[in-house]
Structure formats: structure tokens, C-alpha cells
Design a protein around this ligand. Structure first.
Ligand SMILES: C[S@@+](CC[C@H](N)C(=O)[O-])C[C@H]1O[C@@H](n2cnc3c(N)ncnc32)[C@H](O)[C@@H]1O
Length: 336
């Protein structure tokens, strides 16, 4: 038990005080503040609330945590084994490109991994993956899959992204997909996780786009006033190839989430600039009329476009992005 954590103990810190951690008899203890952390189903419970250990009732983290404990996302249904996971991931261009282009034998951190499909997928090949989320039920599903399929290089950890459990600059790649827009302070969340990236390393951020999200917002209002009739307006919910559990998970995540925010390309470029990252690539591409190719080199620098490009790209997202929930993704490289 805790083999993964023991092997990489040098990069872990106490989420409460930043002190060194020690593992003895499957209990995790901070050598500085002497806090002890339990382990459940082989998942270290290293979640620490924002305000010095006090959980506030109206705290967004607390609300969102409760929501995802009930509705783990994205959940497992159609595939039970590694073969199925690979097959599924390969159909999405992004996961396939990541798998082809992220080097082997490096440490990869996924923040807000949910049920851990991407972490497990990246760990099939030789990478040391740390899947973290604040929702224990999601992590347990990821852990179960990992265990059943012998994915020794993947470890799942309960963590609040505002209270990281890793030393600064521990990772050449940090992935945070679809998470920050469910927090009360996306920019400070970004600041928090960007500290974990090594100089010259990459961060990959996926967020709801303010404009791309408009169609989803309209559907949410229609569902609300019609007591969830007209679900067929969402193409995933009328897709016969998607199972019922997946549909429910998608419906809850998209339309019943207690907290979400929308963001723009300019805003994230501003985050990069402020924290010391260079823009590298985006999905969609930030230059109007440039397309993201099947063989895109994810980590190769691209132009960041101007306001007109961003206007056109985001307007395009408004009409095309609704299937993916109006999502955009940006990759940045930490300055040396
Ligand atoms: C929409 S899911 C995304 C899951 C996964 N990244 C994916 O793309 O399928 C959002 C996840 O963010 C996690 N999350 C939200 N706020 C968080 C926080 N403060 N710390 C850690 N995880 C958080 C939730 O528990 C949830 O599992």
C-alpha cells in the first residue's frame, strides 16, 4: 500500500503547512505541524480546506465537492479494461496527441482528474502520473480501475488545488482540464497550480469559453423552466450510442452544476503573462482560419493572434463548440 507515494515522497508536502511528510504504518504524518492524514481504499486523504482547516458552509469548494461526490465525472461505463480505455481515448484527438507526444518516464500531474481516465490512460505508457482531485468517490473509481489493470505508475490523491500537496516546480507537465471554472477563484487556482510546474515545463488548462458556452446557457434555462423536458436539445443526450450513466453524468455536469464561470482567450493569455508563462498552443488555434491538425505538435510554439482573431475564433466556438460544452484549451510554457 502507498507504494506510489513512498517512491516519490521527496516531492510531497503537507497541505496545511508545507512541511515534509513521513509515512509510517500506512499513516501519513507531517513532521512540521504533526497533522496526520488517513488513507482510504489506498487513496491518501490529503484534502485541506482553504481557510486553515475550517470548512465554510457556503464555500464554493465545499459545494462543488458535495456535487461531484454524488456525481463523479466522467465516470466509467463503456470500458472496463485498458484496451477499452485506449480505444476510447484514441477516438479523441487531444488524448491521442498527448499520449503520442508526452515523453516517457516523466512526472505528470493531473489536477482535478475526476474519475481519472486521462491519468490512467497516460500511465499505460511509461509515465509517472499523479491524479489528484478533491472528490474521493471519483478518485476511488480511478483507483479501482488502476488496480484492476495493474497500472503501477499511476497514483491517486485527494487534494484541494488551492492547497497543493507537492513541492513547487516538481512537474514538467501539469494538466488541469475542466476544473478551474468550478472554483471560486480561477485565477488564484491557476497561480496555485502553476507553482508546481518546473521552469521550462508546460501547463495545460481547459476552461469553458464565455462565448462558446452561450448555447449551453440557453439550454440550461430552457431545461429549468420546463422541468428538464426537451433534453433532446443536447446532442449527447439524444445520442443512442451513449449509455444512460454517461448521459446522466453529462447532464448533471453541464446543467446542474452548482458553480461555473466562463473565460476568454484574452483573459488566459493575461494569466500566462502575469505568472510568467509563454503561450504555446490552443484548441482551437488562436489565429483565425488556422485549423488544429490531426498531427498537431502540441508543444510547438504558435502565434497568439490579435483581438480580431480571438473575436472570430470565439464566435466560431459559439456555433460549433456546443457539443463539447463550449470548451477551449490553452497550453503555456513556464519561462526559464
Ligand atoms: C468537470 S470535472 C473534470 C474532470 C476531468 N478533468 C475531465 O476532464 O474529465 C471537474 C473536477 O474538478 C474537481 N475540482 C473542482 N474544484 C476542485 C478543487 N478546488 N480542488 C481539486 N479538485 C477540484 C471536481 O471534484 C471534479 O472532479
Amino acid at each position: 500500500m502507498l507504494k506510489h507515494m513512498i517512491e516519490h515522497l521527496d516531492i510531497f508536502v503537507c497541505p496545511a503547512c508545507g512541511g515534509d511528510l513521513q509515512i509510517a504504518d500506512d499513516e501519513i504524518k507531517c513532521l512540521k505541524c504533526l497533522n496526520c492524514y488517513q488513507v482510504e481504499d489506498e487513496v491518501p486523504l490529503l484534502f485541506w480546506p482553504h481557510e486553515n482547516g475550517i470548512v465554510q458552509k457556503k464555500d464554493v469548494t465545499n459545494m462543488v465537492k458535495k456535487f461531484y461526490e454524488k456525481t463523479p465525472f466522467p465516470n466509467y461505463e463503456e470500458f472496463e479494461n485498458v484496451g477499452g480505455l485506449i480505444q476510447k481515448a484514441q477516438t479523441g484527438i487531444f488524448a491521442r496527441l498527448l499520449n503520442e507526444q508526452v515523453p516517457f518516464n516523466i512526472r505528470v500531474l493531473e489536477v482535478g482528474c475526476g474519475t481519472g481516465q486521462l491519468s490512467n490512460f497516460l500511465g499505460v505508457a511509461h509515465r509517472i502520473v499523479f491524479g489528484t482531485d478533491m472528490c474521493l468517490n471519483s478518485l476511488k473509481l480511478g483507483q479501482e480501475f488502476k488496480k484492476r489493470n495493474g497500472l503501477e505508475r499511476v497514483g491517486f490523491y485527494q487534494m484541494n488545488l488551492f492547497r497543493p500537496i507537492f513541492r513547487e516546480e516538481s512537474f514538467p507537465l501539469v494538466i488541469c482540464n475542466g476544473v478551474l471554472h468550478h472554483t471560486s477563484a480561477p485565477f488564484s487556482g491557476f497561480q496555485s497550480i502553476s507553482r508546481l510546474v518546473k521552469k521550462g515545463g508546460y501547463i495545460l488548462i481547459g476552461l469553458y469559453n464565455r462565448y462558446g458556452r452561450i448555447t449551453t446557457d440557453i439550454r440550461r434555462s430552457i431545461f429549468k423552466i420546463s422541468s428538464d423536458r426537451f433534453k433532446f436539445l443536447d446532442s449527447r443526450l439524444r445520442d443512442k450510442n451513449i449509455g444512460e450513466l454517461k448521459k446522466l453524468t453529462w447532464f448533471m455536469d453541464q446543467y446542474k452544476n452548482p458553480h461555473e464561470s466562463g473565460h476568454t482567450i484574452r483573459e488566459v493569455l493575461g494569466w500566462f503573462e502575469q505568472i510568467g508563462f509563454d503561450f504555446v498552443n490552443g484548441i482551437p488555434k488562436l489565429k483565425a482560419f488556422e485549423t488544429f491538425s490531426e498531427n498537431e505538435r502540441l508543444f510547438k510554439s504558435n502565434p497568439e493572434g490579435n483581438w480580431l482573431d480571438h473575436f472570430l475564433v470565439q464566435t466560431h466556438l459559439l456555433f460549433t463548440g456546443s457539443k463539447e460544452g463550449g470548451f477551449f484549451l490553452m497550453i503555456g510554457r513556464k519561462k526559464l
